[in-house]
Design a binder for this molecule. Structure first.
Ligand SMILES: Nc1nc2c(ncn2[C@@H]2O[C@H](COP(=O)(O)OP(=O)(O)OP(=O)(O)O)[C@@H](O)[C@H]2O)c(=O)[nH]1
Ligand SMILES: [Mg+2]
Length: 311
């Protein structure tokens, strides 16, 4: 792969050469190949080198770095420029806790976020967008019959990776963007029983647009995730996923941990003064608590009164 390969270049099948050792190749990696790179049926090339990665999107199975699961770090994709956070407006319902986690991961990876709200035919976006008012977060609304021109313009010239819960419509959208992709699409009821329709990440070249000049970009479809663990992100870096809160912390006492039991944390006054949404501070503090292993933020009873807050 990737952007420098032309649309007419053959698709090459390659395996990882033994000399790479334990280094794994992930979707989005740029690699050097040797052997038969003709792309003819049966031809097999070898991957002998992985180029330095421009960006690395990671997630962990859990938030708590003291557990085995928390230390299990997965590289989701390499060299992406944009993280398309896909959330359905209904069926399954949107979870701002999950979106907040993705924003932290995007910041940590040096990737720009784009909020993609699907199933706009089933519910309105007001509640979700209201939560992000202070953020200037770019977003697109998708319904089955919607024109995808705005989304295509945001994808042009870049490598974008889609993440989201199972059943939010990632593969449906990829199939609309790249008709020959033929990604399997599932029913939400089956997904609810723990089935994920897509089981591996796949990068697809977006088709050239009639009026567009230049590179239409690449889109990477990924399997649905249940949660987006952030054990690999330091407590300090977590805050950067909350640009609406970060400014307030210059008034915090030295070594303030910004937790709810910090008596002089400036974030409380910031929110009380209407400078940011209290739900965003609650979400940030849930992430802080979850990292230190205090309870499970995904338990709905921890978010009474805020149906959007789950992750
Ligand atoms: N009403 C409505 N349904 C949609 C829309 N987009 C997708 N769906 C339906 O949602 C279901 C799940 O879609 P998928 O594209 O398989 O979801 P996914 O995000 O790829 O799921 P995983 O591969 O399991 O992660 C399918 O039944 C789609 O037809 C939409 O905009 N509106
Ligand atoms: Mg899918």
């Amino acid at each position: 792969m990737f952007p420098d390969a032309g649309p007419d270049d053959p698709t090459v099948t390659a395996m990882r050469a033994r000399e790479l050792g334990r280094k794994s190749v992930v979707v989005g990696d740029r690699v050097n190949l040797v052997g038969d790179t003709s792309g003819t049926p049966g031809a097999l090339a070898r991957i002998v080198r992985i180029a330095e990665r421009r960006s690395v999107l990671r997630r962990t199975a859990e938030d708590d770095a003291t557990t085995a699961e928390g230390r299990l770090e997965r590289v989701v994709v390499a060299n992406a420029d944009q993280l398309v956070i896909v959330s359905a407006l209904a069926d399954p319902p949107p979870r701002t806790g999950f979106i907040d986690r993705c924003l932290v991961a995007a910041y940590d990876a040096g990737i720009e976020p784009l909020l993609c709200l699907t199933k706009a035919d089933l519910a309105g976006p007001e509640a979700v967008l209201g939560y992000y008012t202070e953020l200037e977060l770019p977003y697109v609304l998708i319904r089955p019959d919607s024109d995808l021109a705005a989304l295509r313009a945001l994808l042009a010239g870049r490598v974008s990776v889609m993440v989201g819960h199972s059943g939010v419509g990632k593969s449906t959208l990829v199939n609309r963007l790249v008709p020959e992709a033929d990604r399997a699409v599932g029913t939400v009821s089956a997904i609810g029983r723990g089935r994920h329709t897509s089981t591996s990440a796949v990068a697809l070249r977006l088709p050239p647009q009639p009026d567009g000049d230049g590179d239409p970009g690449w889109i990477i479809d990924t399997p649905g995730v249940r949660s987006f663990g952030l054990a690999h992100v330091s407590a300090e870096s977590l805050l950067h996923g909350f640009p609406d809160l970060v400014e307030a912390t210059v008034d915090c006492p030295a070594n303030c941990q910004h937790t709810a039991d910090e008596a002089d944390c400036a974030l409380d006054a910031w929110v009380a003064g209407g400078k940011a949404d209290p739900r965003r501070l609650a979400s940030y503090r849930r992430l802080l608590a979850s990292r230190s292993g205090e309870g499970d933020p995904r338990e709905p009873e921890r978010n009474p009164g805020d149906p959007l807050a789950g992750s």
